[in-house]
Design a protein around this ligand. Structure first.
Ligand code: SF4
Length: 370
């Protein structure tokens, strides 16, 4: 049975992880640029879904869809894909492939079809699955997030309880690279519940790695309130990165409360000060066009962007509602003309990156091509 993986730039790391998981069951996923028999698998986010749904509907083979959009909208996706892997795929996808190979009439739990859906009864233990094998990817060190930011799909897909890969496992996979980079919702929350940091565990992990370590920078950003004098000391001692990437999202405390960020503007300002004291360049995420903003909130965000860009970089995106999040049914707010003008000016100086005009660019992760 030939099993293919539809090449999608935004889903590179999912391919690495699922390639490794399926390999353990004896299935090798071949990367393809169009659907091919016997089976082609897709990982869909909200933007790539729109580009690929017709291809899947007309594919000359069995199709399996997964990923954040398929998880959030499995009923809709099951109308055009033969099977939908809902949630984490590392156990469910190989189990589905085995059941198709054996010609079983029923599908494993965790797989939706046009006929129905029974949720999976497991969560994935990171130490039980390799982060990658021959298809290289980043080492995922933590999955799940206790925070419930209103625009974010992560806790809705992976749950609000953090699960961590062990230090032994991380060290073994990181040793295959010269530079170690990690996937996690908050690098500084390694080993903790995500709220009460365990810097002792972060330090134990970093001490163990022999590589050049990039921690708290793409793709392992941090939250602003986890940036403290103690955490900065650990980062400066062990890590090669001199940029620290964290999310502020808004310059208005009212908006931060509404979108349930769980931190304040003061936390962001403190994090900026600590970066400056330590010689780290802050790279700070913002979302503009949030539906709960008014003009005053938007101006407060511009003020905070101005502060960030004095000694760092602001990474600004226009809000896009994602399915299965509390903000799913809202609409982005139109930006004030002064906001567009100001961001455009800062972009010319390289102080602002991102896209506050096209909502979809960030979902392509660096490449607009499928
Ligand atoms: S934005 Fe980050 S902190 Fe907020 S819920 Fe998503 S992963 Fe967690």
């Amino acid at each position: 049975m030939k099993v293919n993986w539809r090449s999608i730039a935004a889903a590179k790391n999912s391919y690495a992880a699922l390639h490794a998981a399926c390999e353990q069951w004896g299935y090798e996923l071949q990367e393809v640029r169009r659907p091919r028999p016997d089976i082609t698998c897709y990982s869909l986010n909200t933007v790539t879904e729109r580009l690929l749904c017709n291809e899947i509907a007309n594919a000359p083979c069995i199709t399996i869809a997964g990923g954040p959009h398929a998880t959030a909208c499995y009923r809709e996706v099951a109308k055009y894909a033969d099977y939908v892997v809902v949630g984490e795929g590392e156990y469910t996808l190989p189990a589905l492939l085995a059941s198709l190979e054996e010609g079983k009439e029923t599908v494993p739990r965790g797989v939706a079809t046009a006929a129905g859906y029974e949720p999976a009864r497991h969560t994935v233990l990171l130490d039980g699955v390799p982060p990658f094998s021959t298809v290289k990817g980043y080492v995922e060190i933590t999955r799940g997030c206790p925070h419930g930011c209103g625009y974010c799909q992560t806790p809705r897909i992976f749950g609000r309880c953090m699960r961590h890969r062990s230090i032994d496992s991380i060290a073994a996979y990181a040793s295959r690279y010269r530079d170690a980079r990690f996937v996690t919702p908050n690098a500084l929350a390694y080993g903790s519940d995500g709220v009460n940091l365990r810097l002792d565990k972060v330090e134990r992990l970093l001490k163990r790695l022999d590589n050049r370590i990039y921690f708290g920078t793409f793709p392992s950003e941090v939250r602003p309130e986890s940036i403290t004098r103690a955490s900065m000391e650990v980062l400066m001692k062990y890590c090669a990165n001199r940029r620290l990437h964290f999310g502020a999202q808004s310059g208005s405390d009212r908006v931060l409360r509404q979108i349930r960020r769980g931190h304040s503007v003061g936390d962001v300002v403190r994090a900026l000060d600590l970066c400056r004291e330590s010689g780290m360049t802050p790279v700070v995420d913002f979302i503009v066009g949030l539906p709960c903003e008014d003009d005053e909130d938007e101006r407060a965000t511009l003020d905070l962007i101005r502060t960030v860009t004095r000694y760092g970089i602001a990474h600004v995106h226009y809000f896009m509602p994602l399915p299965n999040t509390p903000l799913a049914d809202t609409r982005p707010r139109r930006l004030l003309p002064e906001t567009e003008r100001y961001l455009g000016r800062l972009a010319l100086s390289g102080k602002v990156t991102g896209s506050w005009v096209d909502t979809e660019i960030r979902f392509f992760r660096r490449s607009p091509h499928l």
